[in-house]
Design a protein around this ligand. Structure first.
Ligand code: AVI
Length: 326
């Protein structure tokens, strides 16, 4: 009996999720790495730090929208019924607290299902919410995206799925539609989706948000190389790569890249790979799509929802969209 690795003579490490992605991405032309590789322990800490940067307006703007319009959002979502809330990629659920408070004001108690891949983030979220917002019944599920949505039985009630923080922007548009279709498949007509999505705006504001003065986003981007060094024994020299953030107007997205400053070779022993970089060649690590009201409506509608309401901030920098399952 031969294992797949001996038939195709791929090293064993190339069959782990990280190894397979690095093998695929760094053998490709142009070179790419998937953004989920950012989020090891250090990367998750760096992302939390990004959300507090002065240049990274996304988190604070979405929070301000929830603070100002939380009650309105809840009223519009509930259709005079009791609402149950389900959050995809809940993380530490800090902004969600504002909506949960509005739900408790409206209906006294609320069931809240938090879904995330990080068990530690979920445990912290559960503890904090239960301590700070009496009336919230927190259920947490470790899993990917839509796992567990059906677990909330909803006879005569409304479900509202939260997908906030502009995470939808990290998918290619076709994949974003697929993710929302998966959500839709698990809901009943009339159930709601609350989507937070960043908006197209002036280029300089966008680029600064992804290339901050303090260099936190640069460290976040380069952490992907540290991770490959640690987990696959590679010898990336971080000083020989620089962080780049570019606005791609045609595709309406911020791209993050790691640019090789010199011609160089990097070896990845666990994958038996030797990677050659030209000067100025990049590894494309992330896309962060920015939407207009109509581009986000088209995604939501193609996934089986009708756009119902939208809230924004005074600069119209960020959008919170309520959509109804049809
Ligand atoms: C998680 N996601 C919404 C962030 C974004 O803005 O696309 C990830 C990020 N990348 C660089 N800074 C933040």
């Amino acid at each position: 009996m031969h294992s797949l690795s001996s038939i195709y003579s791929l090293p064993e490490a190339a069959q782990t999720p990280v190894g397979a992605e690095v093998y695929r991405g760094l053998s490709a032309h142009p070179k790419t790495l998937s953004p989920w590789l950012f989020y090891d322990e250090k990367g998750s800490e760096l992302f939390e730090a990004i959300t507090e940067l002065p240049e990274y307006y996304l988190t604070r703007t979405e929070r301000a929208i929830f603070t100002e319009y939380g009650d309105e959002v809840l009223d519009a979502a509930a259709d005079n019924r009791t609402l149950k809330m389900i959050e995809l990629g809940a993380g530490t659920a800090t902004k969600t607290g504002l909506l949960l408070q509005a739900a408790v004001r409206r209906q006294g108690t609320v069931d809240y299902l938090a879904i995330d891949v990080s068990e530690t983030a979920l445990a912290a979220a559960q503890q904090r919410i239960e301590a700070e917002i009496p009336g919230v019944n927190v259920i947490s599920r470790v899993g990917d995206y839509t796992d567990g949505i059906e677990e909330i039985p909803c006879v005569g009630q409304r479900r509202m799925v939260l997908y906030i923080g502009s995470s939808i922007g990290n998918f290619e548009p076709g994949d974003a539609i697929q993710v929302l279709r998966e959500v839709r498949r698990r809901l009943a007509p009339g159930d709601k989706l609350l989507l937070g999505a960043d908006r197209v705006k002036e280029r300089s504001v966008l680029v600064r948000a992804y290339d901050d003065e303090a260099g936190v986003t640069a460290a976040f981007n380069k952490n992907i190389l540290t991770r490959i060094n640690r987990e696959l024994g590679a010898n990336f020299n971080l000083r020989l790569f620089r962080h780049r953030a570019r606005w791609n107007h045609e595709q309406s997205r911020i791209e993050m890249h790691l640019e090789s400053l010199i011609p160089q070779h990097v070896s990845i022993p666990a994958l038996e790979l030797e990677i050659k970089f030209g000067r100025g060649e990049t590894i494309h690590t992330e896309n962060s799509y920015k939407f207009t009201a109509s581009s986000i409506a088209s995604i939501v509608e193609r996934a089986g929802f009708a756009m119902t309401r939208c809230w924004t901030d005074e600069h119209e920098w960020f959008g919170v969209y309520l959509a109804t399952a049809v």
